[in-house]
Design a protein around this ligand. Structure first.
Ligand code: FES
Length: 145
């Protein structure tokens, strides 16, 4: 391992140590091993929103008979945003459109065992994007697409 590799490894370890003090184990787990992190080519509903911080999240849904049977996300955002996208896409799977619309930022934060105040907006961004993706699906359906 050369000096640069050692420096990078040390930096990574120090970032992780710092993160452990600020975030729940669940957030760190999903940040490092996100579920459903992928774009979809032909979703039934999709949306993208850029938050006030400049981070963007995309949500993709596959829906049949009013039920979400697959969901995924993509983001250029921070670790907590990755954790929120992962949690939102896990929680909506198997849910009806009506139940998915009941998901709130608070339910995401609870499922993640908390988020620091400065990252509450990551959960708001993820849920807002989910709701917009559902609206996209409903509009497509209304237009017969
Ligand atoms: Fe802005 Fe996470 S969405 S910091």
């Amino acid at each position: 391992m050369d000096k640069l590799d050692k420096f990078a490894q040390g930096l990574q370890e120090s970032i992780l140590e710092d993160a452990k003090k600020r975030y729940s184990e669940k957030v760190i787990l999903l940040w490092q091993n996100p579920k459903n992190l992928r774009r979809m080519n032909d979703p039934d509903g999709a949306a993208v929103i850029k938050g006030p911080c400049g981070d963007t999240i995309e949500i993709y849904l596959l829906i049949e008979k009013n039920k979400i049977y697959d969901s995924s996300f993509f983001t250029d955002g921070c670790g907590p945003t990755i954790a929120c996208g992962s949690m939102v896409t896990e929680l909506v799977r198997g849910k009806s459109i009506g139940d998915a619309l009941k998901l709130s930022p608070a339910s995401i934060i609870d499922a993640l065992c908390g988020l620091p105040g400065e990252h509450i907006h990551c959960a708001i961004l993820a849920v807002s994007t989910l709701h917009k993706a559902i609206a996209d699906y409903l509009l497509r359906k209304q237009n017969g697409c």
